[in-house]
Each structure stands twice: as structure tokens, then as C-alpha cells.
Ligand binder design. Structure first.
Ligand SMILES: Nc1ncnc2c1ncn2[C@@H]1O[C@H](COP(=O)(O)OP(=O)(O)OP(=O)(O)O)[C@@H](O)[C@H]1O
Ligand SMILES: [Mg+2]
Length: 330
């Protein structure tokens, strides 16, 4: 019997817009995410990779309860997360936390680090003054920042330090699951390594589970146990990181992995015309990747392909009618 999932998402969808104006004109709708089903086991890191606009942050916001799906369900530790986010958001925030993409912008510029970190201790955990002081010390130490920094303001920090404060804030409530939305994308490569090391250490020390979002394939490869590749609001491929990187089955994953500019180093997802997403207001019928897919046929135009397991690899699923069989990526 496989271990029960800590987080389970079933057929989640988030559509923005689509209502009517005062005069009855229909507003265009964007399916930011649709048909997303995945689970995250306790203690694992699920990497989520995909280019800008594919729905990563929308998915992250659904998981932490900052937004609600327009269809489908999300379960956390066996309970309905969407209902809990509505009825008791603080209770959910004690268990599920979010690290934002832009480290500096995510911190209130008018508050000291002390008051930023104290807020969750006070409001989520209800700690008294002495307990807060002890926990603040612990948090600063956990992210490798000197306690003197507590009385400074966010603009006094470098990007890497600000991101560590963002991580400390997420850790403050002692959560079980942390959704990290591009946690190192805004940082220099050397600082990225520091922050990734800290995240890795914290995970082991506090028994955390991560959903790690990035558009940087090399970062995702280095941190993930499993990887979900998103394309245009859907999962194109999901499976153990080793299988996804060594034997990508979806032509889109293959394209991402083979567009590395230098040998041995996998690039950021290129933002050229070759990988431009379709118009979200006028989605193509069938598989959204069809127009750029070297393997596309008329079958792909009829309906979106279901996520199906690879032969002999039950945990490696691909949404493609013509997956690449058995070949490593070039
Ligand atoms: N509040 C909103 N209202 C309308 N459309 C939205 C809203 N939030 C997101 N979208 C749309 O949903 C799609 C997915 O956006 P999302 O921010 O989730 O992408 P992303 O993968 O996080 O991109 P990035 O890598 O640039 O952060 C985009 O087409 C975006 O324009
Ligand atoms: Mg985003």
C-alpha cells in the first residue's frame, strides 16, 4: 500500500473572468489551470516546472488556500482544504505556508523584520512575549541570519537575505507543507546555492514537505523527488525526477530539456517565439502543444490527451497521444 498523500489535488480548475458586464456583454475567460490532478507525499519535494503564464502561481495560490478552485477538489491530510481555507484560514496557515516569488516585494517595507516574523507567532501560534523572543532567535538561526538583523527594514537586505527572511516567515508557524514559488529565481547563482542549501537543511531538520515551483530546469532537477511539467494550465508530464530528466516522454518536456545552451548546464526555459504559449483567451482545441509539436497528428486536435502511465512505469504519467518511447533526450 503506498503511503497516503499529504496533499491531494483532484481535477482542479481555476478560471478567471468569464462573467458578464453590466450591459450583458460576455467577458473573456482564462483557464489559468485546468484538469490538474496530483498528490504530494509527506516528506517529498514535488518540483513544478513550466514557462511564464502556464499557471504555476495560480496552482500555488490554490494549494495554500489564498484562492479557490472553480472546479475540482484539494485535500490536505485527509481534509477538504478549500472548505478549511474558508472556515478557518488561520488553522490552515499553521500547516501550509507560502514563500513568494519576489523576496523584497513580499515583505512590508514599513515593518522591521522582527514585526514581520512576530506576526505569525502572535496571530497563528498565540505565543507570549518570552516564547516569541525564543522562537525569533531560533528562526533567524535556522536561515543563517544574525539576530541583529531583526531591527532592520526589508530595504536594508540583499535579495538573498530577503528571501531567507521570507523563508523564516513561512517557517514561523511550524508548518508541514511549504509552497515555494520561484524561491531562487530572483537571486544570483551563488546566492541561489546558499538558499537552496538552507531549504534542503530545513526540510530534513523539520520534516517538511515542499512544492517547489520554478522555471529553471537545473534547479528543479537538483531539488525534486518528483517533477510535474506544466504546459498552458495543465500537467503535460509528471513522475519521478530521474525518469522525467533521463527519459522525458512528452515532446514538450523533451523540447525544454534539449534547449540547453551550454553542454551540461540546463537553461532557463527560453522565452523566444519557439516556446510561446497559445493565446489564453482563445485556447486551441485538443492538445495545446499541438501547433509546435513535431509529433502532432489530427488525433491531437480532437480532444486533450489524458494523463496516462508509461509502460512499466506506473508513477510516470504523460498527457500525450504520441509520447516518446524509451529514448533519452538528445
Ligand atoms: N487574477 C487573475 N485574473 C485574470 N487572469 C489571471 C489572474 N491570475 C493569473 N491569471 C492568468 O492565468 C494564467 C496563469 O498565470 P500564473 O500567474 O499562474 O502563471 P505562472 O506560471 O505563475 O507565470 P510566471 O512564471 O510568469 O510567474 C495567465 O494567463 C495569467 O494571465
Ligand atoms: Mg508565477
Amino acid at each position: 500500500m503506498p503511503e497516503a498523500a499529504l496533499l491531494q489535488i483532484d481535477n482542479a480548475e481555476r478560471v478567471f473572468g468569464g462573467g458578464r458586464t453590466l450591459f450583458g456583454r460576455r467577458l473573456p475567460a482564462v483557464h489559468a489551470v485546468q484538469g490538474i490532478s496530483l498528490d504530494v507525499k509527506k516528506g517529498e519535494t514535488l518540483g513544478v516546472v513550466g514557462e511564464s503564464g502556464c499557471g504555476k502561481s495560480t496552482l500555488a495560490r490554490l494549494i495554500v488556500g489564498l484562492d479557490r478552485p472553480t472546479a475540482g477538489s484539494i485535500t490536505f491530510d485527509g481534509r477538504d482544504l478549500v472548505a478549511e481555507a474558508r472556515s478557518d484560514p488561520q488553522k490552515l496557515a499553521r500547516r501550509v505556508q507560502y514563500v513568494f516569488q519576489d523576496p523584497v516585494a513580499s515583505l512590508n517595507p514599513r515593518k522591521t523584520i522582527r514585526s514581520i516574523l512576530e506576526a505569525p507567532l502572535r496571530h497563528l501560534l498565540g505565543l507570549d512575549k518570552a516564547a516569541r523572543a525564543a522562537r525569533l532567535k531560533e528562526l533567524m538561526e535556522a536561515v543563517n541570519l544574525a539576530p541583529e538583523f531583526l531591527d532592520r527594514y526589508p530595504h536594508e537586505f540583499s535579495g538573498g537575505q530577503a528571501q531567507r527572511i521570507g523563508i523564516a516567515r513561512a517557517l514561523a508557524a511550524d508548518p508541514e507543507l511549504i509552497v515555494l514559488d520561484e524561491p531562487v529565481s530572483a537571486l544570483d547563482v551563488s546566492v541561489q546555492a546558499q538558499v537552496l542549501n538552507i531549504l534542503d537543511g530545513l526540510k530534513a531538520r523539520f520534516g517538511l514537505t515542499y512544492v517547489f515551483i520554478s522555471h529553471d530546469l537545473s534547479v528543479v532537477e537538483s531539488v525534486s523527488d518528483r517533477v510535474a511539467v506544466m504546459y498552458f494550465g495543465r500537467i503535460a508530464e509528471i513522475g519521478p525526477a530521474k525518469q522525467i530528466f533521463a527519459e522525458p516522454r512528452h515532446p514538450y518536456t523533451h523540447l525544454l530539456l534539449s534547449s540547453a545552451p551550454t553542454p551540461g548546464k540546463r537553461s532557463l526555459i527560453p522565452e523566444d517565439a519557439n516556446t510561446e504559449l497559445p493565446d489564453p483567451y482563445a485556447p486551441p482545441p485538443g492538445c495545446a502543444f499541438h501547433a509546435r509539436c513535431p509529433r502532432g497528428t489530427d488525433t491531437c486536435l480532437a480532444a486533450h490527451p489524458p494523463l496516462e502511465p508509461a509502460p512499466g512505469q506506473p508513477s510516470h504519467l504523460t498527457a500525450c497521444y504520441h509520447p516518446i518511447e524509451g529514448a533519452g533526450h538528445a
